[in-house]
Design a protein around this ligand. Sequence first.
Ligand code: FMN
Length: 362
Amino acid sequence: MAILSLLAGPALVMAPMTKGSNLPYRRLCQALGATVTMSEMAVVRSLQHRKRSEFALIQRAPDERCFGVQLAGRTADELRWGAELVASRGADFVDLNLGCPIDEFTRRGLGAALLRKPRRVRDLVAAMKQGAGAIPVTVKIRLGWSEDDRNALDVARAAEDGGADALTVHGRTRSARYRHAADWQAIGEVAAALRIPVVGNGDVLFPEDIERFRAISGVQSVMIARGALIKPWIFAEATGQPVDDSPEGRLAVYRRYVALAREHFGDDERGLTRLRPFVVWHLGFWCRFVPRLEDGTYVPMQERAQFLAPRTPLEALLARPEPGVHAWLATRLIAGDEIGPDDLPDDAETATANDLAEAPSG
Ligand SMILES: Cc1cc2nc3c(=O)[nH]c(=O)nc-3n(C[C@H](O)[C@H](O)[C@H](O)COP(=O)(O)O)c2cc1C
């Protein structure tokens, strides 16, 4: 199982992210250096109901080198079925979501709700192993349900006992959401107690974060989520490739995404209508990028940082957070038009995304 030696490190894993890990964005991140890519979370129940949009989530790009599908489920039967389906569709591994904090899911017993039931976790993983056949089963956990209930070690051991082949630990609890920094030391403690490879996750945005993360946790492989959404070239930085994060360089990356999205969704009007909300959505993360400051430090972009000193008008434009500005930028990016700060219409600041959602063009 080559994937397991890959996960043992030092892998750069693009995190499973609802909406963010769409197929063309995964291809972009892979091209920039991500060694492992993962699908958005797919709910097994919805797959069982043959929901087409859920099936779209588990589709692998033909050139995706190491692709895992993440499932959310809560019974052994449905997860066995789900793992079998995923294996039959050509994924390299199947992952169980034990981290989703959203009430809508946890109320249904999915995602982070399962952190409170380690014994169930063991049974669910064992069932997935049966369904998955030859492909590995991985599990993504948080440190616990709440700060008072940090039981990551119990959950991790339960997953390992159930036969999990690797584990990802997001270094926060469900109740913490993103309120404090990820606890890299706690990730290391879990890794030290297990035999299977562990991937660490949380707050990695710069190459030196990766080095610090490795030094503190002793874990070699990192999974990157918001960093990949804000600056997909983080994978290139991390592998020592030259990176141009000037506004022009960034626009080139965004155009590359649009080209991949056009390939995926189709170049006709229907395809362009489908891809447009993705571009607008990504602009909501791309605008958060702040280059390294002159003194070599950087602002923690995973928090919504204010960019105080854009170096050029174009950089200031790309930092604008207003939906109307994003709608306008999306239209220009999709049309392949030049983007200059002077072209921005006066009403863009106050417009809603819909006001400026012109019919997509070529
Ligand atoms: C937009 C978005 C969607 C996410 N969707 C998922 C998901 O579907 N499955 C999952 O396990 N985690 C999901 N996450 C959590 C990330 O995978 C990751 O664990 C978390 O953001 C911490 O990593 P970071 O500090 O690098 O952002 C999502 C995160 C974001 C920002």
